[in-house]
Design a protein around this ligand. Structure first.
Ligand code: SAM
Length: 257
């Protein structure tokens, strides 16, 4: 199951790497500044950015820390990350192909481990958190930023059905409370959290993942049906003739004791 899910992620992100590199939410500077600000960095940190993708968070962190290692399971995403870091003149980022469940580090050597907008792709969330915690030095911090679903179970399920239809590598958008619970289960202490939101145009969001035409139709129907009673928790609405919705996001910082 895990191997299959990971193959699907590599296929999906390999095929859609350019679309993800151009995604407004991923490159949102205000959001990146919020994550960097929450970490209160001193400049001497070694950071591991897990599922670094095309490297937006790694590049935002690099000027504030000693060294950043970006790791990702999709080689094509890393090719774009390497190009972007070079173009940005950032020479303290190293990018490696790897899987969050098997990080290639023996020692607890990182001051910060981060995972931004990627946790919902990990087929074994608790194992992934434990592995990220393992490579943190005592006192080091883990920061997870991700879209979160409604705390209402039915709305959460409705949203996740659409997400799976759109992107087969999507595992689950967790509730914020679930995310924090899992971080505690992995032996970490939650020290700070912040919330936000990100607006999406439905057609642009569909185009980014490029699902099969039949799935697109089912998602459009579900999104429209969601407007009455907010069935998905996404506040789906029509603005200037276009269907738009809002993702809730959470940034959670936890410390290893
Ligand atoms: C939306 S992108 C991440 C964006 C990036 N963190 C940023 O801030 O710009 C999600 C990434 O998760 C990666 N990914 C999915 N499953 C993974 C796994 N098991 N191990 C490592 N990376 C994984 C995908 O290859 C993809 O590049």
């Amino acid at each position: 199951m895990n191997t299959y899910s990971k193959k699907v992620a590599v296929e999906q992100f390999g095929r859609r790497s350019n679309a993800y590199a151009a995604c407004g939410t991923l490159m949102d500077q205000t959001d990146l500044d919020t994550v960097v600000g929450l970490l209160d960095l001193k400049g001497d940190e070694n950071v591991l950015d897990v599922a670094t993708g095309t490297g937006y968070l790694a590049m935002a962190l690099a000027p504030h820390v000693k060294w950043v290692i970006g790791i990702d399971i999709t080689p094509r995403m890393l090719e774009l990350a390497i190009l972007a870091a070079r173009e940005g003149g950032l020479d303290n980022i190293e990018n490696l192909v790897g899987d969050v469940e098997h990080l290639p580090f023996c020692e607890p050597e990182f001051d910060v481990v981060s995972a931004r907008f990627s946790f919902h792709h990990f087929p074994a969330p608790l194992e992934s958190l434990s592995e990220m915690a393992r490579v943190l030095r005592p006192g080091g911090r883990l920061v997870i930023e991700d879209m979160v679903s409604s705390e209402d179970a039915a709305k959460s399920e409705y949203q996740n059905i659409m997400e799976n239809l759109r992107d087969p590598s999507h595992i689950k958008h967790y509730r914020a409370s679930e995310l924090e619970h899992m971080m505690r289960e992995a032996g970490l202490e939650v020290v700070c959290r912040a919330g936000g939101g990100s607006d999406f145009d439905l057609e642009h969001w569909l185009e980014m993942a490029d699902p099969p035409a039949g799935n697109m139709e089912r998602i459009r129907k579900m999104m429209r049906a969601s407007m009455e009673g907010d069935l998905s928790g996404l506040n789906v609405r029509v603005e200037e003739g276009r269907v738009v919705f809002t993702y809730a996001t959470a940034i959670v910082v936890a410390r290893k004791g």
